[in-house]
Design a protein around this ligand. Structure first.
Ligand code: NI
Length: 173
């Protein structure tokens, strides 16, 4: 396992359409790197492009904050169906440090994916897990949570992030 640097917006890799992957050693290594990097940064989810890899791979653990880790590995995930109901909730992303905004998501989703051994499975989720699934699967198509915000909120966030990046750069020099 290796701790990877998290890619920060607006890095262009976050806008890439990721490629499907096959089981094997590189996939297992990628999943392990994602887990180590997510837990080190106290995230509840992480997608491969966030560590610079354009593969359709993501992980989620929404239970770790309650002290009960439950890692979900998603390889080539697809949303099969959703509830009609849409709910608003706070969302953040490790590629947008310190930023949280309300985002509207389907209240329930059913997802089809493969595990690291190529075994297909289906998962139906509500609540935070449903939100995380939609957020992480979006990442694999280059879609980011800011894409759901109003133009005003989005430009305010982009300005804050530019400022923070400048500050970080000047404190390093
Ligand atoms: Ni994210």
């Amino acid at each position: 396992m290796a701790l990877k640097k998290i890619v920060i917006y607006p890095d262009s890799v976050l806008r890439e359409i990721c490629e499907p992957v096959e089981p094997g050693e590189p996939l297992s290594r990628l999943l392990d790197d994602l887990a180590e990097s997510m837990y080190a940064n106290k995230g509840v989810g992480l997608a491969a492009p966030q560590i610079g890899v354009t593969s359709r791979v993501a992980i989620i653990d929404v239970d770790q904050r309650d002290g009960e880790p439950r890692l979900i590995e998603l390889v080539n995930p697809e949303i099969l169906s959703t509830a009609d109901e849409v709910v608003e909730g706070d969302e953040g992303c490790l590629s947008f440090p310190g930023e949280f905004e309300k985002v509207r998501r389907f209240s329930r989703v059913t997802v089809k994916a493969m595990d690291r051994n190529g075994q297909a499975f289906e998962l139906t989720a509500e609540g935070l897990l449903a939100r995380a699934l939609q957020h992480e699967i979006d990442h694999l198509d280059g879609v980011l949570f800011i894409d759901y915000l109003s133009r005003l909120k989005r430009s305010m966030m982009e300005r804050r992030m530019k400022k923070a990046a400048k500050k970080a750069a000047s404190s390093r020099s």
